[in-house]
Design a protein around this ligand. Structure first.
Ligand SMILES: Cc1cc2nc3c(=O)[nH]c(=O)nc-3n(C[C@H](O)[C@H](O)[C@H](O)COP(=O)(O)O)c2cc1C
Length: 242
């Protein structure tokens, strides 16, 4: 292994720690039965659960807590146009009159956010019916996960600036475009074909098109993780043990 160069480190205090995570377009149902979409990227997965970091005042949070349902639609790196059309928008009308001291809602008002009740119209994205829940999927997204709310955890309870929530959702059903599936496997994604849109320090990136190296972790058979995830449908082809 070639030696890794060591550069001098300096102490800094970044105002944000958005080191780079995939962009998720969350669809939820509004109280009047219409749909909302929110781009977000404070999301990570373990087993069949996803933790979502969202402002308590976001329309998405309000809808998710009320209905307990959402779709996690993953944006690919050719979807920056749609993501930018949704950026600095909210489905929350309260934002328009948010007063100083109302935290994230006032922050949005001061930073040029627009109230947009029809996010599908605004972004030009196409709704597709979900199988198990009411919020629609986004047809253009290569991966769409129907999910239900399982836990709500208030973040920053010890801090003065509150208002951020970690929402734990369980993925019930996953839909993917054919072109990101791994050939010869019923239930796998091919990471060489999946090109997520990544948000890093508010900027949008794609990943390199090639692996940077072989991965020791990838020696583990993915099916070994099955006990932490969803059982394979009886009707679906059972994954062959490798
Ligand atoms: C690429 C991108 C990533 C974002 N990530 C987050 C996030 O992780 N958490 C969050 O609360 N807001 C995030 N936002 C801001 C939300 O989109 C914003 O709060 C929006 O108003 C939510 O819409 P809603 O109020 O209709 O739910 C992100 C915005 C963009 C464009």
């Amino acid at each position: 292994m070639a030696p890794i160069p060591i550069e001098a480190s300096q102490t800094i205090s970044p105002p944000i720690f958005y080191w780079g995570t995939p962009v998720v377009l969350i669809t939820t149902e509004n109280e009047d039965g219409t749909s909302n979409i929110a781009p977000m990227s404070s999301a990570w997965w373990l087993g069949n659960r996803c933790m979502l970091g969202l402002g308590a005042v976001s329309q998405t949070t309000i809808n998710l807590i009320r209905t307990k349902q959402c779709v996690l639609n993953l944006a690919s790196d050719n979807m920056a146009g749609a993501v930018n059309a949704l950026a600095k928008t909210t489905g929350s009308k309260e934002m328009l009159t948010a007063a100083k001291g109302t935290g994230y809602l006032y922050f949005k008002r001061m930073n040029g956010y627009k109230y947009v009740p029809d996010k599908f119209g605004r972004s030009g994205l196409t709704p597709a019916d979900s199988d198990l829940i009411r919020p629609p999927r986004i047809a253009e997204c290569p991966a769409q996960m129907e999910a239900v709310l399982k836990g709500v955890y208030e973040m920053m309870q010890d801090a003065e600036m509150k208002g951020f929530i970690a929402l734990e959702v369980q993925v019930l059903r996953t839909h993917v475009h054919e072109n990101i599936r791994m050939a010869g496997h019923a239930n796998r994604i091919d990471p060489d074909k999946w090109h997520p849109l990544i948000m890093s320090f508010q900027e949008l990136y794609g990943l390199g098109r090639k692996k940077t190296s072989e991965s020791i972790l990838a020696e583990i058979n993915e099916e070994g993780y099955r006990p932490f995830s969803n059982p394979v449908d009886d009707e679906a082809t059972t994954e062959e043990e490798e």
